[in-house]
Design a protein around this ligand. Structure first.
Ligand code: SAH
Length: 408
């Protein structure tokens, strides 16, 4: 067998016919849509996922068997049917019309092969295994692992977001690092982290993520910046802006999600005021992940149809409080309190005083998703005493509601 000739097809607006509506077609179609192809799906029946694409107008579906003139105007055809005779009909029509034909059922009969693919931002790697798809996938997996581990050194200085980088000004990415387990950062967050010139990290950011930064990265530990809380934020904003204006790609790595009690909005505004472009990469927030790690779903059918996330860092009776604790006490859904340990006695008392029952199941999760995770299970009436007795320390999340214990 002769060697295939690799190509990157630029399919935007070009007709691609997919014959078949089962599992293979369901897997193939998203990448075609992502490439902007004008997809024509020909199959008497199609999977629910394909039907959703058709209903949304992302592709056109002909609900019948293939006919040779379905290939009129096509640049490429994918055959994703089990029936060899039907597939051969498509191949013959493709031959006739000089359209490349991918055959899921018979590689030898195909005129084009689809590679095993791994995508890393703007970089796409396709692997052909000489007709052996398992070999292609094994090699692809090895390359994917390599690129995940060493993206910074292999893929840098190009582009992170698809847009060309102006080397005169750098830019800033506000990246959510997730709640603690280093594997709970998003793929995009991880890629940007490995591409960074400067990383400004919070105290709550998983240390292992920083362990894997490429050599030469400037690491600024935001928790070590002296002065009071507001001065510290000004100083962080100044570092982000200064480094970016000097041409660096700055990743501001924040615990959980950047916009959940993370002051990400202030950093975005500071960058915007200085004309520095900013990307925000959402993160897995501890307000949902910490309960989940303790086996508590924040919603559960016929138990809780809402969850409310509140900061407890201001005491309920303080004039500075923006939280209507009296109103929260009347809700029956799940209440998740962040930064609430210090004020927990006052918070629990306020919720009880305004009507939340004392026997409401309550849990406190400390250092969730890390090796040091601890869970204290209690009730709203007893939680303040139980947390004090167990010497729970920050960071911890308090969960109030019937979802606590719903999974046992
Ligand atoms: N942006 C973060 C929250 C920052 S506020 C997020 O989305 O998760 C800091 C508070 O988050 C802590 O006081 C604590 O209440 C909570 N928190 C963060 N990480 C946590 C963890 N691993 N376990 C429990 N609580 C955590």
């Amino acid at each position: 067998m002769t060697n295939p000739y690799p190509l990157g097809l630029r399919l935007a607006g070009l007709r691609v016919v997919v014959v078949g509506g089962g599992a293979v077609a369901t897997r193939r179609v998203p990448a075609l849509l992502d490439a902007g192809a004008d997809v024509l799906l020909v199959a008497p029946e199609i999977s629910p996922a394909l039907r959703a694409h058709a209903d949304a107008g992302r592709l056109r579906w002909l609900p019948r068997r293939f006919a040779p003139d379905d290939l009129d105007g096509a640049w490429l055809v994918h055959v994703a049917v089990d029936d060899p005779a039907a597939a051969a009909t498509v191949s013959a029509a493709a031959q006739q019309q000089r359209v490349f034909c991918v055959r899921a059922d018979d590689r030898a009969a195909a005129t084009a092969w689809t590679p095993a693919v791994t995508r890393h931002g703007p970089v796409t790697v396709g692997v052909l295994g000489g007709g052996d798809p398992r070999r292609a996938m094994t090699v692809r997996d090895a390359i994917r692992t390599l690129l995940h581990a060493r993206q910074g050194t292999l893929l840098t200085d190009s582009v992170a977001q698809g847009a060309p980088v102006d080397t005169a000004t750098g830019r800033v990415a506000l990246v959510g690092a997730g709640p603690g387990d280093p594997e709970l950062i998003t793929l995009k967050g991880w890629r940007l982290l490995t591409e960074a010139d400067v990383v400004v990290a919070d105290r709550l950011v998983p240390g292992l993520l920083l362990d894997e930064l490429r050599a030469g990265v400037e690491l600024v530990d935001a928790s070590k910046i002296p002065y009071g809380p507001s001065r510290t934020q000004d100083e962080i904003n100044r570092i982000l802006v200064d480094r970016a204006l000097a041409g660096a790609f700055v990743v501001r790595l924040k615990g959980g999600d950047p916009y959940v009690f993370g002051r990400g909005g202030e950093e975005l505004l500071a960058c915007a005021a200085a004309g520095v472009p900013v990307t925000v990469v959402p993160g897995v927030t501890s307000s949902i992940a910490a309960p989940a790690a303790a086996g508590i779903p924040v919603t559960h059918r016929s138990v809780a149809h809402e969850f409310t996330v509140v900061s407890g860092h201001v005491a309920p009776d303080s004039p500075a409080s923006l939280v209507r604790w009296d109103a929260l006490a009347t809700l029956r859904g799940t209440l998740v309190i962040l930064m609430g340990l210090k004020n927990l006695p006052a918070i629990a008392a306020t919720l009880l005083a305004h009507g939340r029952p004392a026997d409401t199941p309550t849990a406190v999760v400390q250092e969730a998703t890390t090796g040091a995770q601890r869970i204290v299970r209690s009730t709203l009436g007893a939680v303040a005493a139980d947390v004090a007795a167990a010497q729970v320390r920050p960071p911890a999340v308090v969960v109030v509601g019937d979802v606590v214990g719903v999974l046992g």
